[in-house]
Design a protein around this ligand. Structure first.
Ligand SMILES: [Zn+2]
Length: 476
């Protein structure tokens, strides 16, 4: 490729506080429209905002986890613009002095590690939500979301491919989930991502004309939108055309981007300091307290899993990518210490079921105790590995405990040598021809005989034992 792709990402994260950023209104999702509003978040004259302390602490937590420096003086600004979902005509945000800056996230790229610098993490409030009912000659507005606490997390233009953008977002989400500061649910809009993308000839220092991409509602959507935009810009440049600085919307159904508007510049917003919120100095001790209370983050946990449980890089990465999965894994290993076996089940059948049902491990009917019980039944010979897979599937489907399924269905494997020998003898008497083939040197005939014994036992005989006893009976 003649061109180098340059991407910067802007993530908006809704913080999971109980109340809004500057008033006491509830942040509960899915409530009746305009039922969670007050004079402050509606911007009535004379109302005064008060900073939500929990939102502020969450913001510091994120900033520290993203390796950012914290601003010593916290100041808020008004970003002025008119839009029907913004009754105040301004948004409280942070302009020239963001809460934190100069951080980074390391991602895996090209077989190594690549550092994506984080330019700033700042606090702001969300706007309301406009709805355009189909077939109606009107638009509706719900101000419940207005004033919700948001963090804006902005990278430097360090990302050089749509895949790197995807990997950065995945890593960022993983860290944010570990911090438990947001539900990070893209479908609910708790996590949103806009992207800036430009192309420049390889070796060129100056950045090309950038396009802002919006309306991507999944990480895969971000990657697809950027892939499309990368190709579109390349073909414009190849044809000797000029790109315009604009905002384009990703249309997932048609898989194209379309121009929405030319981009506003910061000057258009007439930023000025928010006069109703007095700047304040952050207590260094408070920051240190938050730093000390940070949980073990994905990278550190992955390193520990490798050491403690002798897992491969890949296994450790997958198991620590989601905090709930990592917690579930550790709970299982406490109950059933063969860490590798637990990892295989979690990353195999259980992950497949989670993907299939599109649920999280916390929503799985099978508890760590249930899984440990299942694995112990395999070890004791009570059930076979094949039976365990079926029991697992049923347990996930019905939320029944594996041991109970085995008891209820009488699924216990037959490991008793006497009982197996009886079935073996019956099969040997019946299958005279195959037995003679076997004795005549056709060793593959044994497989058929094992199959017959398994069938006779309705799949309950322990296959290892069947093999052993068959050979004995056949005089091998
Ligand atoms: Zn309010």
């Amino acid at each position: 490729m003649k061109y180098e792709t340059v991407i910067g990402l802007e993530v908006h994260l809704q913080l999971a506080t109980n109340t809004k950023a500057f008033c006491g209104c509830s942040t509960k999702f899915g409530q009746r429209a305009n039922s969670q509003v007050c004079p402050v978040c509606l911007g009535f004259p004379g109302s005064l905002p008060v900073l939500n302390e929990e939102a502020f602490r969450f913001a510091i937590k994120v900033a520290l986890a993203l390796n950012c420096r914290i601003q010593s003086l916290i100041k808020f600004d008004r970003k002025n613009y008119y839009y029907p979902d913004l009754p105040k005509n301004f948004q409280i945000s942070q302009y020239d002095m963001p809460l934190s800056y100069d951080g980074f996230i390391d991602i895996n790229a090209n077989g190594g590690t690549k550092r994506i610098r984080i330019k700033r993490v700042h606090m702001e409030e969300d706007a309301g939500k406009l709805m355009h009912p189909e077939g109606e000659d009107c638009s509706l507005v719900d101000y419940n979301r207005g004033g919700m606490p948001l963090l804006e997390i902005v990278t430097e233009p360090d990302i050089n491919s749509p895949q790197e953008a995807y990997d950065y977002l995945t890593k960022l989400k993983s860290i944010l989930e570990y911090l438990r500061v947001s539900d990070c649910d893209m479908e609910k809009g708790s996590l949103r991502c806009d992207a800036n993308i430009s192309l420049r000839p390889k070796g060129e220092k100056k950045l090309g004309t950038k396009v802002e991409l919006k309306n991507m509602n999944s990480f895969k959507g971000v990657r697809s939108g950027l892939e499309y935009e990368e190709k579109r810009q390349e073909s414009v440049l190849e044809d000797g055309g000029k790109l315009v600085q604009e905002t384009r919307l990703w249309n997932a159904d048609k898989a194209v981007t379309a121009s929405m508007r030319t981009k506003e510049e910061a000057e258009d917003y007439r930023y000025f300091p928010e006069p109703d919120l007095v700047p304040f100095v952050v207590d260094k001790n408070e920051i240190e307290e938050i730093r000390k209370a940070l949980p073990e983050l994905p990278e550190a946990r992955g390193a520990r899993f490798k050491k403690e449980f002798a897992l491969s890089d890949y296994d450790a990465d997958v198991l620590t990518s989601q905090i709930d999965l990592a917690d579930y894994y550790e709970a299982c290993v406490k109950l059933y210490p063969n860490a590798k076996v637990v990892a295989n089940w979690l990353m195999g059948d259980i992950s497949a079921a989670l993907n299939d049902k599109n649920i999280k491990v916390t929503e799985l009917g099978l508890s760590p105790e249930g899984l440990a019980g299942l694995l112990k039944m395999i070890d004791s010979g009570a059930i076979s590995g094949k039976m365990a897979k079926d029991i697992l599937a049923e347990s996930i489907e019905t939320k029944a405990i594996p041991e109970d399924i085995v008891k209820k269905k009488g699924l216990t494997q037959i490991s008793d040598a006497g009982a197996i020998e009886e079935i073996v003898k019956k099969v040997v008497e019946r299958e005279v021809k195959t037995v003679n083939d076997y004795k005549g040197g056709k060793k593959t005939a044994l497989g058929f005989l094992v199959g017959q014994v398994m069938k006779e036992s309705k799949g309950k005989a322990n296959p290892g034992k069947v093999n052993e006893i068959l050979k004995k009976v056949l005089g091998d």
